[in-house]
Design a binder for this molecule. Structure first.
Ligand SMILES: Cc1cc2nc3c(=O)[nH]c(=O)nc-3n(C[C@H](O)[C@H](O)[C@H](O)COP(=O)(O)OP(=O)(O)OC[C@H]3O[C@@H](n4cnc5c(N)ncnc54)[C@H](O)[C@@H]3O)c2cc1C
Length: 371
C-alpha cells in the first residue's frame, strides 16, 4: 500500500455493518475503501439466525443462502416445558455467516466499493470537516474524509478515538457449534432453552446442518458455559454423530445511549455495542446502524452537515428505545423464566405480541416494519 492514499470513506471491517455502510456510500458515488483483516469468505462465531427485522432491511437477493425457515420453536425453562409454539408472522431464516457476509461484501463491490483483505487496522486518528482522518494499517497509512468503525466487539477504531471505553463491563458471552443435524431432530423447529441464568441455549435447524449454542451476560456463568452447552445437548437428546467444534465470542449488548461518533469517525454494529440485550441478536442492528452511518457520512462528505452528530442522534432516537425495551424484557424474563414461558404458552395475546416484537411489527422503532 502506498503511503497516505486518500479516500472519501474508509470502512474498517467487512461484516454486515461495514459491508452495508460501504454498499450504501458507494451507491451514492463516494470513493469507498472497505478494509478487512481476514481473507474472505471468513467465518464468524454466530448462530446464523436472521429475524424478519434483518431480511426486511436488505435490498439484495440471498434466497439461495437460506438453509431453513423454521416457524415453530420448542421452549424450555427450569420448571416449565418443553412446549412448542408456532409463529404467525414471518419465520426466522437460517444462514451460514461465511456465505451471507460474502454476499453483502459482493453487493458492496458491485455498487463500486473497493475491498482490501488481509489488512489489519492498528490505529485511527479522528479529524473533522477540515482535517482528514488517518488510518494506520499493517501495510501503511491511509487518509479519509470519514472513517466507519465496523470492526466488531473488540473495535480498534472505538479504542483509538476514545469511544465506548466502558465496553468490557457489559456483554453477553456466547458459544456455538455448527455441525450435521442429528437424525432425531425436527427439520422445522428450533429449540430455545432458558435453563441457564440470564441467558439461553439454542438449537437451530439448517437443513442437513444445525447450530447449537449458549450465551449469557452473567459473568458467574462464563467459566461453565461449555458444561451448560453439554447439559443442553443431553437434556434435548441431541444425538450428534461427531464431537462439537465449539467456538465463542462476545456479543456487545446495548446497555445505554452514548456518543457513537468523534470528529469524522463513527461506529456501527458490534463496534457500537448495539446488539439486542435479550436474544443477543446483532445482525439486524449492524445492518441498520450501517445504513444510518452511510446516510450521515454521505451528508457530511458532501458538505451538507458540519459534523456527524446526526448519526448518534439517529441511533438514539430510532434504535435506543427499541433496545431499551429488550433490556427491560430481559430483566423481567430472566427473573422468572418458568412463569414467563407458562404465560407465553397459555396466552395467545402474549404469543402474538412476542411474534410481533421479534419480527419488528410491533416495536418502538418504525424502522423494522414491513415495507
Ligand atoms: C456465538 C454467537 C452467536 C450469535 N448468533 C447470532 C444470531 O443468530 N443472529 C444475530 O443476528 N446475531 C447473532 N450474533 C451476533 C452477531 O454475530 C453480531 O452482532 C454481528 O456479527 C455484528 O456484525 P458487525 O458487522 O458489527 O461485526 P462483525 O460481524 O464482527 O464483523 C467485524 C469485521 O471486522 C473485522 N476486523 C476486526 N478488527 C479489524 C481490524 N483491526 N482491521 C481490519 N478488520 C478488522 C473482522 O475480521 C470482521 O470481519 C451472535 C454472536 C455470537 C458470538
Amino acid at each position: 500500500m502506498t503511503e497516505s492514499q486518500i479516500f472519501d470513506v474508509v470502512v474498517v471491517g467487512a461484516g454486515p455493518g461495514g459491508a452495508t455502510a460501504a454498499a450504501n456510500l458507494a451507491a451514492e458515488g463516494l470513493d469507498v475503501l472497505l478494509l478487512e483483516r481476514n481473507r474472505l469468505p471468513r467465518d464468524k462465531p454466530c448462530g446464523g439466525g436472521l429475524s424478519p427485522k434483518t431480511y426486511r432491511l436488505l435490498d439484495l437477493d440471498f434466497d439461495d443462502l437460506v438453509l431453513a425457515r423454521p416457524k415453530r420453536v420448542t421452549l424450555q425453562a427450569p420448571r416449565y416445558g418443553p412446549v412448542t409454539v408456532e409463529s404467525r408472522t414471518d419465520s426466522i431464516w437460517m444462514i451460514q455467516r461465511s456465505a451471507f457476509d460474502q454476499r453483502l461484501v459482493d453487493h458492496a463491490i458491485d455498487k463500486g466499493a473497493q475491498l482490501r483483505t488481509n489488512i489489519i487496522v492498528r490505529e485511527v486518528r479522528a479529524g473533522d470537516a477540515a482535517k482528514l482522518a488517518e488510518v494506520e494499517t499493517d501495510g501503511g497509512y491511509l487518509r479519509a474524509r470519514a472513517v466507519i468503525g465496523a470492526d466488531g466487539s473488540d473495535s480498534v477504531v472505538a479504542r483509538s478515538v476514545g469511544l465506548r471505553s466502558h465496553r468490557d463491563r457489559h456483554y453477553i458471552l456466547a458459544l456455538e457449534a455448527e455441525t450435521t443435524r442429528p437424525a432425531n431432530t425436527p427439520e422445522e423447529a428450533a429449540i430455545i432453552d432458558f435453563s441457564l441464568a440470564r441467558g439461553y441455549s439454542w438449537f437451530f435447524p439448517k437443513g442437513e446442518l444445525c447450530n447449537v449454542g449458549v450465551g449469557t451476560d452473567d459473568r458467574r456463568q462464563f467459566r461453565q458455559l461449555r458444561q451448560h452447552l453439554a447439559r443442553f445437548v443431553e437434556r434435548h437428546h441431541l444425538a450428534f454423530s461427531q464431537p462439537l467444534r465449539v467456538v465463542g465470542h462476545k456479543i456487545p449488548a446495548w446497555s445505554r445511549a452514548e456518543p457513537l461518533h468523534r470528529g469524522n469517525v463513527v461506529l456501527v454494529g458490534d463496534a457500537a455495542g448495539v446488539a439486542d440485550p435479550f436474544f443477543g441478536e446483532g445482525i439486524a442492528y449492524a445492518v441498520q446502524t450501517g445504513r444510518f452511518a452511510a446516510a450521515a457520512v454521505s451528508q457530511f462528505c458532501q458538505g451538507h452537515w458540519p459534523d456527524l452528530t446526526a448519526y448518534t442522534i439517529s441511533v438514539q432516537s430510532v434504535l435506543a428505545r427499541d433496545l431499551r425495551f429488550w433490556s427491560i424484557l430481559s430483566q423481567v424474563i430472566y427473573r422468572a423464566p418458568s412463569l414467563s414461558l407458562r404465560l407465553l404458552a397459555s396466552n395467545r395475546l402474549f404469543q402474538r405480541l412476542a411474534d410481533q416484537a421479534i419480527s419488528g411489527d410491533k416495536s418502538f422503532s418504525k424502522t423494522w416494519k414491513k415495507r
